[in-house]
Design a binder for this molecule. Structure first.
Ligand SMILES: *Cc1c(COP(=O)(O)O)cnc(C)c1O
Length: 223
């Protein structure tokens, strides 16, 4: 299968209005160009150094870069000048740092707050209660350098589809609650980033608006 064919197959499953983030981490710039030629514009990377190198190499293309992994606060400054969306904002400290660097750079950076929905211990993110407490606290409203445009989550990496779908459903309910409590319908809080290569059909069933897909487009990664 070619990248173009893989993309066609995925787009057949995507409802209108759902955006595809092509997760290109560990793959060379040439593969990004191939997907770009097939019409893709949003690419996701999870390592700062790799992202910055690719951004520089591909500056001639109209790519919208998304950061999708765990972001260390000391590396925020490197991506703030060009990043379109940061998916995995997993702590108040990280959001404050993004705000600080964005203000310095004269930008407003869109951010998704990452919520821990999986049973696994190792995943980063706010617990649902931490998220509600943090938003109620209201500090974020004074941050001129960021805009919270939605939530992101990763389901457990298990074969049990009921469990995976239930975890996505939990995030969807939390999204609706947060939107109602803190943003209202007119606002820009619209993005629900959930679903990867192996579970995106279940995420779509639960209302995902942004799927992050790597392997199903580019093949296996060589770590
Ligand atoms: C790598 C990664 C993906 C893509 O995973 P695939 O299984 O290759 O589709 C999605 N989201 C995050 C946060 C990732 O780190």
């Amino acid at each position: 299968m070619s990248i173009r064919n893989n993309l066609e197959e995925i787009h057949r499953h995507l409802p209108v209005g759902v955006q595809l983030v092509c997760v290109s981490k560990f793959h060379p710039a040439e593969m990004i160009e191939e997907a770009y030629e097939a019409g893709e514009r949003i690419f996701g990377e999870s390592r700062v150094q790799e992202l910055c190198a690719k951004q520089e190499a591909l500056q001639h293309l109209a790519i919208e870069w998304h950061f999708i992994g765990h972001l260390q606060t000391n590396k925020v400054k490197y991506i703030v000048p060009f990043i379109s969306l940061i998916h995995g904002v997993d702590s108040p400290k990280l959001l404050a740092e993004i705000n600080k660097e964005a203000v310095k750079a004269g930008r407003k950076v869109d951010c998704l707050l990452q919520v821990h929905i999986a049973q696994e211990e190792t995943k980063f993110g706010f617990s649902p209660q931490e998220l509600l407490d943090y938003l109620a606290d209201g500090l974020w409203k004074n941050m001129a350098g960021i805009r919270i445009t939605g939530l992101m989550g990763m389901a457990s990496n298990v074969d049990n589809e009921e469990q995976v779908e239930a975890e996505f459903a939990t995030l969807k309910r939390l999204f609706a609650k947060v939107k109602q409590q803190h943003f209202g319908c007119e606002d820009s809080f619209t993005q629900l980033s959930m679903g990867m290569s192996h579970d995106y059909p279940l995420a779509l069933k639960q209302g995902s608006t942004l799927v992050r897909i790597g392997t199903a487009i580019f093949g296996e990664r060589n770590y």
